[in-house]
Design a protein around this ligand. Structure first.
Ligand SMILES: NC(=O)c1ccc[n+]([C@@H]2O[C@H](COP(=O)([O-])OP(=O)(O)OC[C@H]3O[C@@H](n4cnc5c(N)ncnc54)[C@H](OP(=O)(O)O)[C@@H]3O)[C@@H](O)[C@H]2O)c1
Length: 330
């Protein structure tokens, strides 16, 4: 089968596209014919070696896929050949990645693809959707009527957070780096979207939330707590989920006197069981058209190197070249 893989960590150019043996499904695995995969910032950290990971070379890159089951192991109970499925959270521990024509995946990680939702759409929402769901439901415990702020409402995680917060009945304020992205945020349902390069974001937050923000979803890799904590409401919750190297000052007084709480999490710690409720809600909301994928572009799998370069430039070097996900097709 054709696959995008690495035999050492390094810049995007270490990604090779070529033939690898098609895997045989183990007893609890389904062999999936892959129809779509996508890129996440973490893929670039693993490929570059920024996150030291135990990788079995040749290591197939990628965490998410959508496709169709073509073969099942003896012990598989939930799926059969012909079922459309999606998955996130691969390419870690002893699990191979997804950027290939075929992948053998343990059935516990697979979710059915709902109705006629496309493979491109479901894969583009997979990791970021589960992330948004875990953060909003398990960590922030967002309630209807509350106010949520998230930076980058047209980005991968941001676009899922905006939409899910609206589905949960919250009022949402978000930002975009240009007028087109600001408009995208509004189309995704944001009540207020601010161009952070041209407008005064803090002033906009104060006008929208005079009593402060109930949930602050910090998606930036350099959080600025001196700025954000004063903008929190009484009993405000803040989510942090990016910025491994960040060591920002933290103003303790203004934080604890408002009974605030800080919640960190990484979706890759979520077990298959943890993912299940999130995946069920995502499927339902996608089917109802309430949750939409934000796809920036679709590329052939052979352009995995270019896709990684773009993702890295956009998220890490902050060029903002992307508005949403890169999907690749084998
Ligand atoms: N902990 C977890 O479980 C988890 C899961 C997924 C992702 N992550 C991490 O979360 C981060 C975001 O991931 P992603 O997939 O959403 O990346 P992304 O699609 O590149 O989105 C990044 C967003 O940040 C916005 N942004 C950049 N600089 C900004 C600034 N100065 N002010 C306001 N907004 C700014 C961008 O807005 P514009 O494009 O409008 O400039 C963009 O929407 C990454 O570091 C990723 O590794 C963590």
């Amino acid at each position: 089968m054709k696959a995008a893989y690495i035999t050492k960590t390094g810049p995007p150019e270490v990604i090779q596209y070529g033939e690898l043996p098609t895997p045989e499904p183990g007893a609890s695995q389904c062999l999936v014919k892959v129809s779509a995969v996508d890129v996440n910032p973490i893929d670039t950290y693993i490929r570059s070696g920024l996150i030291p990971a135990q990788l079995n070379f040749p290591y197939i890159i990628g965490r998410d896929l959508a496709g169709v089951v073509v073969k099942t192991g003896k012990g598989v109970k939930k799926f059969k050949a012909g079922d459309r499925v999606w998955v996130t959270g691969q390419g870690v521990a002893d699990r191979q990645g997804t950027f290939a024509e075929y992948a053998a995946v343990d059935e516990e990680w697979l979710h059915p693809t709902p109705g006629n939702v496309s493979d491109e759409d479901i894969v583009a929402i997979s990791l970021v959707g589960i992330t948004a769901h875990l953060g909003l439901m398990r960590k922030a415990k967002l309630k209807g009527g509350e106010i949520l702020f998230v930076n980058g409402g047209s980005g991968g995680v941001g676009s899922s957070v905006v939409q899910m917060a609206k589905i949960l009945g919250a009022r949402v304020i978000t930002t975009g780096g240009d007028d087109k992205k600001v408009e995208l945020c509004r189309q995704l349902g944001a009540d207020v979207a601010v161009n952070y390069k041209k407008e005064d974001v803090d002033q906009a937050i104060k006008s929208f939330a005079p009593q402060g923000v109930n949930v602050w979803w910090e998606s930036l890799r350099e959080p600025n707590f001196e700025r954000t904590i004063p903008l929190l409401a009484m009993r405000g919750r803040m989510i942090v989920m990016a910025g491994r190297e960040a060591k920002p000052p933290f103003p303790v007084g203004p934080f604890y006197v408002k009974d605030c709480s800080l919640h960190g999490f990484a979706m890759f710690n979520a077990s298959a069981e943890d993912q299940e409720q999130a995946a069920a809600d995502i499927n339902e909301w996608m089917l109802q058209g309430k949750l939409k994928a934000r796809i920036d572009r679709v590329l052939p799998l052979s352009q995995a190197t270019e896709a990684h370069r773009l993702q890295e430039e956009s998220t890490v070097k902050k060029t903002g070249a992307l508005a949403g996900k890169i999907v690749l097709k084998p």
